[in-house]
Structure formats: structure tokens, C-alpha cells
Design a protein around this ligand. Sequence first.
Ligand code: COA
Length: 161
Amino acid sequence: MGSQPDTAIAIRPYLPEDAEATLRIFERAVSISALSRYTRGQVSAWLGGPRDLATWAADRARVATFVAERGGELAGFIDLAGDGYVDRLFVDPDHGRRGVGRALLQHVEAEARRLKIPILTTHASLVARPVFQASGFTVVYPETVHKDGERLDRFFMRRSL
Ligand SMILES: CC(C)(COP(=O)(O)OP(=O)(O)OC[C@H]1O[C@@H](n2cnc3c(N)ncnc32)[C@H](O)[C@@H]1OP(=O)(O)O)[C@@H](O)C(=O)NCCC(=O)NCCS
């Protein structure tokens, strides 16, 4: 029989009507996928309580956000700031490990080249580090942030273009 071809991934710019779906992906990615490397307490601190949709939408307007569609659903999103900082990369657990994160990073890399941004940087979680590494990022230094009494380990990473 052979393996089934995977469902195609399409990347497009974020639209205002994507606010609710991207917020839901963020919440699901942190509360489900991040549990593989963080405790429940750490995940709750990271989520930081319910988010206000209007604030979330305003945040998306301050950066370039791109969304990934897979199988007719919004599967993930990525934020690129004007200085090359990749602020958010989140993929819904239902679409995890299918290349959505990789496709979003490839898209942002092409966008950064187009805008003549020379370096991409990010703060990667323990979960995201291998994904950024697979896309050519290297660790500059590990760091620990403190939120709501929890320690959250992460990595400052960069990639020269
Ligand atoms: C991190 C995250 C965005 C990855 O998205 P994804 O779509 O599942 O990642 P991909 O399928 O594109 O993975 C690309 C490559 O990264 C590497 N990778 C991904 N997950 C990995 C894991 N758990 N362990 C080791 N390598 C991994 C692999 O090389 C993978 O390619 P392969 O599947 O062909 O081997 C997603 O898991 C997520 O949202 N996690 C929770 C929230 C989070 O930590 N976000 C990042 C904040 S900085």
C-alpha cells in the first residue's frame, strides 16, 4: 500500500478574522503539546490565565503574522517582528509533527530575505528548540525566566540569513 501522501500545508498572511482561531491554537499548543517538557504548574504560568481577544488581535497587528492551513483547518501560526525576532510559533496538537512548524519557519525565512532582514532570533521553549534547530537556528545561550513562581527554561537562538 505504501504511505499516504500527507495533507498539503498552505501559508497565508493572518487576517483579522483569524484572531479567535489563533488564540485557541496558542492555548491548546501550550496546554497540550508543551506538557511533554513542562509541568502543569509551568504550563499554567506560561498561559497566564484567560486572554482577552481584543488584546490578542491588537498584538497580531503589531507584527507580521502568518497562518498555516492544513486539511481545511487553521493548523498553526508564526509572528515575525520587523527586527527579525520570531515571537510566537504555535501549532495545534491535532496537526503536530506534520511539518507545519517547519513550513511556517521556511515562510518567515523567505519573508525576512525579501525584507533584507539579516538575522532571525527567537526565545525557543524546550519543545520548540529541535524545530528551530531543524530549520538552521543555533542556541546562543540557555536562560530561565520566572513567572508566577515557576521556572521556565528556554533558549535564545539565532539564524543568520
Ligand atoms: C514547537 C511546535 C511549534 C512544533 O510544531 P510542529 O508542526 O509539530 O513541528 P514540525 O512537524 O514542523 O517539526 C519539524 C522538525 O522539528 C523537529 N522536531 C519537531 N518536534 C520534535 C520533537 N518533539 N523532538 C525532536 N525533534 C522534533 C524534527 O526534526 C521535525 O521534523 P521531522 O518530523 O521530519 O523529523 C509545536 O510543537 C508547538 O506549538 N509546541 C508547543 C508550544 C511551543 O513550545 N511553541 C514554541 C514557543 S517558542
